[in-house]
Ligand binder design. Structure first.
Ligand SMILES: [Ca+2]
Ligand SMILES: [Ca+2]
Length: 249
């Protein structure tokens, strides 16, 4: 029995050492059976499919801090001079306009103020308008309207509606043209500009209007501010009027 075991071990050793270089791909394997007979072994199988992707690896270590970059050049200062000049101009215009409006408001609400404008003295009775009645503008009613227009005004239609205002304006004056007529239709009094005279704003002197001889179609203000109808071809001084905001100060 011992002899048989020894024989088997010996044969196994012979078979193993009969292929000292080991298996070679594409080469048939020869080995021995347990009883020492050589047997054939098959070719290596095909390569298996690719395995599944492995899990994502851990993030790498943080890199070291880079070197500080070179210092950049300072940007040139912006050119603000045009903007400053523009703002200064706007400020000046704004200040001038505010000053003008302020003066006009003071004159508008200030009674008895004289305004020097365009080489003329305009009188402000505080009603928002200024007035002038110059001997150099004397004429009939038609020329009186033209003369007022020549100095940037119109023949008065606002002041005559207030006796108190007219008394301020008529200081030392008498018989001045105002902008009221019944030229188109007798007894139908119309203000220059087209508005019809209202009863509440009528300030006729006692007994007026008389329409004497049927030719009194224009109106003058008397020294006390009341009205008289007179022929339009008489020669008187016009009472010229314009808004305080139309005065060049
Ligand atoms: Ca008349
Ligand atoms: Ca009359």
């Amino acid at each position: 029995m011992l002899v048989l075991k020894f024989t088997a071990v010996f044969l196994f050793w012979v078979c193993v050492n009969a292929q000292p270089n080991g298996p070679v791909q594409g080469q048939m394997y020869l080995t021995c059976s347990a009883n020492g007979e050589p047997i054939q072994r098959g070719y290596p199988g095909k390569r298996g499919p690719h395995g599944l992707d492995g899990r994502k690896g851990d993030p790498g270590l943080r890199g070291s801090k880079g070197q500080q970059g070179a210092k950049g050049q300072r940007a040139p200062p912006p050119n603000l001079r045009p903007l400053e000049n523009s703002l200064r101009t706007m400020q000046t215009r704004f200040d001038n306009e505010i000053a003008k409006i302020k003066r006009q408001l003071i004159l508008s609400f200030g009674s008895g103020t004289t305004i020097r404008s365009q080489q003329r003295n305009w009188f402000s009775p505080g009603n928002g308008y200024v007035y002038i009645s110059s001997q150099s503008h004397q004429g009939n009613y038609a020329s009186a309207k033209r003369n007022c227009a020549s100095i940037g005004a119109r023949i008065a239609t606002v002041a005559p509606r207030s006796v108190s205002v007219m008394r301020l304006l008529m200081d030392g004056l008498n018989n001045v043209w105002v902008g009221l007529t019944d030229i188109r239709r007798e007894g139908r009094w119309i203000w220059e500009g087209g508005l019809r005279l209202k009863t509440a704003e009528s300030h006729w002197a006692r007994g007026e209007p008389t329409n004497s001889k049927g030719i009194e179609d224009c109106v003058v203000a008397l020294a006390d501010g009341l009205w008289n109808d007179v022929p339009c071809n008489l020669i008187f001084t016009p009472l010229c009027e314009k808004s305080i905001f139309d005065v060049a100060i």
